[in-house]
Design a protein around this ligand. Structure first.
Ligand code: PNW
Length: 492
């Protein structure tokens, strides 16, 4: 019987070929390889990004700051949730996280080493208003004043998100969090307070990060804080209250901002990629993108819920007024989209005219089970936003991936899988910009490994490896890759 060829055998053969090639030996055909093409970089100049493209990285307060009780910070729903046994892998909490609250100067140097031009961070609401509303805590805002000054002193432009999921626990306890419009109004009040004090230096403000994640995971599926599984009627109302909070915040920001400040949001749009790029599937994917974002991006852009959403929800549809829809759809200066993975869509003969094709079992994904590798998302995401809603300024506010990230003997992490992911995604983003899709910048998630919500510290997304025992940061191989992308302003 012939010996079965194992994966190991395959690797050996491939490895031998690679070693032979790099040593400049003869190929299997017996001819020496041509020297000329060998070490010259490929013509990456053919994949350039627009001039002044804004390269950046991103983090969020609860995931990196730590210092959970310092300088008057109140508890957030994530403190409560992570301290509830069984909610987060290994019962991890953000009590210390990356200790960024104390190490922010060092972290700004990590950004500088990458060569990023901008940094997206979030402001912890319970640092600024420990109870969510009522009396502010100026010491809490001081941290962001220090951070912003440090960024600007190092030539890095700050982009600030006002809500990246750390809702003050007091609002959850007193009014039921986003189940109540009291929270929407408290949010607007807090955003106005911050805007007045930061927009002399921070010129780009995001209201809310990812309705499509925190509302769904926190109030419907119960796997994120506050861990609720609301019935459909109450849940749809919660979705509505969240977008209303966004709209009220846009108005509060406009009322209090210093000249030149711009406002947008950062949404994890459901990106529908056509299974094959034919007219009928592209049309279906476009229609699907509108419908599958009905509760968030679509109502924000169009000022109305789609007929299909309202019809499907029936008596569980949210209750709303025309004035609320007008507030929700307050004009934005730019749109941020967080893109990790697409949905593959095909045209079909159903009344809605599209079908989401499920992933086969063998579909490749990164360390996070949900992070299927679909680089086309970075082409179709911004293209849909530009074509469906005529948006003129788009930012990719998050993109990146988790990887197993085990340090090698020399202490470095050779995350070739992350580089593979980034190179493919950036190639599709470059395809979009080269066709004139108005993408102005890209924020890689994340600057460094951090508290990955319900996954605790198990799934790492950073360009810098964090040793949580010592708080040492070590650039991964992907940091070198990203540095090269930024330096060339082209896919490397
Ligand atoms: C985003 N999903 O969250 C968040 O904005 C970040 O805080 C987070 O660390 C990052 O992506 C990586 O996860 C998501 O289940 C969480 O599809 C979950 C999903 C998507 C995005």
């Amino acid at each position: 019987m012939p010996k079965r060829v194992t994966r190991r055998d395959f690797a050996k053969v491939a490895g031998a070929a690679a070693i032979g090639a790099s040593a400049g030996s003869t190929t299997f055909a017996g001819r020496a390889p041509r020297q000329t093409a060998g070490s010259r970089p490929p013509q990456t100049a053919t994949r350039p990004f627009p001039d002044r493209f804004l390269w950046g990285t991103a983090t969020a307060s609860y995931q990196v700051e730590g210092a959970a009780t310092e300088d008057g910070r109140g508890p957030s729903i994530w403190d409560t949730f992570s301290h509830t046994p069984g909610k987060v892998v290994n019962n991890a909490t953000g009590d210390v996280a990356d200790d960024h609250y104390h190490r922010y100067k060092q972290d700004v140097q990590l950004m500088k080493a990458l060569g990023v031009k901008t940094y997206r961070f979030s402001i912890a609401w319970p640092r600024v208003f420990p109870q969510g509303d009522g009396v502010p805590n100026p010491k809490g805002l001081d941290f962001y004043n220090r951070l912003v000054d440090e960024l600007l002193a190092n030539g890095i432009e700050p982009f600030a998100t006002l809500y990246h999921w750390d809702l003050p626990q007091s609002l959850q306890a007193r009014v039921g969090g986003w189940e109540s419009q009291d929270t929407s109004h408290a949010f607007a009040n807090y955003t106005g307070y911050v805007t007045k004090r930061l927009t002399d230096r921070v010129k780009h403000i995001f209201t809310i990060n990812e309705f499509g994640a925190f509302v769904e995971l926190g109030y419907r599926l119960g796997i994120h804080a506050p861990g609720l599984k609301l019935p459909p009627g109450r849940f749809n109302q919660t979705r509505h209250n969240a977008v209303l909070g966004h709209g009220l915040a846009v108005q509060a920001i406009r009322a209090r901002a210093k000249p030149g400040a711009k406002v947008g949001l950062a949404e994890n749009l459901a990106v529908c990629a056509p299974i094959i790029e034919t007219a009928e599937h592209i049309e279906a994917a476009t229609r699907a993108t509108r419908e599958l974002n009905a509760q968030y991006m679509t109502v924000i852009q169009e000022g109305r819920y789609t007929d299909l959403y309202l019809k499907t929800a029936g008596s569980d549809a949210p209750r709303f007024t025309a004035a609320e829809l007008k507030t929700i759809s307050s004009l934005l200066d730019f749109v941020g989209i967080n893109i990790y993975t697409p949905l593959y869509v095909r045209a079909d003969s159903s009344p809605q005219g599209f079908q989401v094709v499920p992933h086969p079992k063998s579909f490749p994904h990164m360390a996070s089970f949900w992070l299927f590798v679909g680089p086309e998302a970075l082409y179709w995401g911004p293209r849909h936003v530009a074509t469906i809603w005529n948006v003129k300024d788009i930012y990719i506010t998050e993109n990146g991936c988790s990887s197993s990230d085990v340090p090698a003997g020399d202490g470095r992490v050779y995350d070739t899988d992350r580089i593979m992911y980034l190179r493919n995604y950036l190639t599709q983003l470059q395809r979009a910009t080269s066709e004139g899709v108005p993408v102005r910048g890209y924020f890689l998630w994340s600057l460094m490994d951090n508290f990955e919500w319900a996954d605790g510290y198990t799934n790492r997304f950073g360009l810098n490896y964090v040793d949580y025992q010592t708080q040492t940061r070590t650039p991964k191989l992907s940091a070198d890759f990203y540095k090269e992308v930024i330096a060339r302003n082209a896919v490397a």
